[in-house]
Design a protein around this ligand. Structure first.
Ligand code: ADP
Ligand code: MG
Length: 238
């Protein structure tokens, strides 16, 4: 578990600022949803937290460490994307195990971890299958398992359900909330869908055009929007 702090974080591509002086504290162990319209800077913000993109200015803290100079592999973060790429020639087990072999985790320990995590995400019966023989939801679970097996302090998920059909998406929302409860890890979850944000987050950060509009619980944001953008985006009756 770790809290994440962004202090005056800005990102510009060429001359264009896409993230503007963002100040947020993501609480330790929270399920925080970063939501806003397409192109508002959500993915860029996540990528800066993960270290895949360097901020133009400002500081990023994870736990009690300023990570400005810390490379992605040393931030103790796991990411799950929308277009999670599984290795097609590897089995589910091998896909999950890959990162552990890289980290030189001993074989017996790997086996224990894989079984434990497969059980949590409901993949125990599928460990010997290849990705092509899995459904969309099962593949998404493999991507999650692959991230979880490294026992990160922070989970970052960038629109992980947007390729799934509506029914499965609903089911996976519930599963992710359960998973968060079970792990107690900090989750930072990006979506452009306000219904998803409101139903999943215990804290919501609403972004528009690179600027934070409001940070609150879903209920507070619904009842007490800061401005008309928030009211319209969240759908608060006028
Ligand atoms: P979101 O995830 O909210 O849809 P992004 O963070 O992906 O938004 O993008 C925010 C803005 O930054 C967009 O206008 C996008 O075109 C621009 N952008 C993102 N990545 C790059 C890049 N590598 N180079 C130039 N512009 C980029
Ligand atoms: Mg995005």
């Amino acid at each position: 578990m770790a809290k994440i702090v962004l202090k005056n974080v800005t990102k510009a591509f060429d001359e264009t600022q896409v993230v503007k002086d963002v100040n947020v504290t993501i609480k330790d162990g929270s399920f925080t949803v970063l939501v806003g319209p397409s192109g508002c800077g959500k993915s860029t913000t996540l990528r800066m937290i993960a270290g895949l993109e360097k901020q133009t200015s400002g500081d990023i803290w994870i736990g009690d460490r300023c990570v400005n100079e810390v490379p992605p592999g040393k931030r103790n973060i796991a990411m799950v994307f929308q277009n999670y790429a599984l290795y097609p020639t590897m089995t589910v087990k091998e896909n999950i195990e890959f990162g552990l072999i890289n980290k030189k985790v001993p074989k017996a320990e790997r086996k224990k971890l894989i079984n434990e995590i497969a059980e949590i995400v409901g993949l125990t019966e599928y460990l010997k299958k290849k990705p092509q023989h899995l459904s969309g939801g099962q593949r998404q679970r493999v991507a999650l398992a692959r991230a979880m097996v490294k026992k990160p302090q922070v989970f970052i998920l960038d629109e992980p359900l947007s390729n799934l059909d509506a029914k499965l998406r609903n089911q996976m929302r519930t599963e992710l909330i359960e998973l968060h409860k079970r792990l107690g890890t900090t989750f930072v979850y990006v979506t452009h869908d306000q219904v998803e944000a409101m139903s999943m987050g215990d804290e919501i950060i609403l972004l528009n055009k690179g600027e934070v509009q409001q940070i609150d619980s879903p209920m507070k944001m619904y009842r007490d929007p800061n401005n008309t953008f928030t009211a319209e985006f969240i759908g608060t009756p006028a």
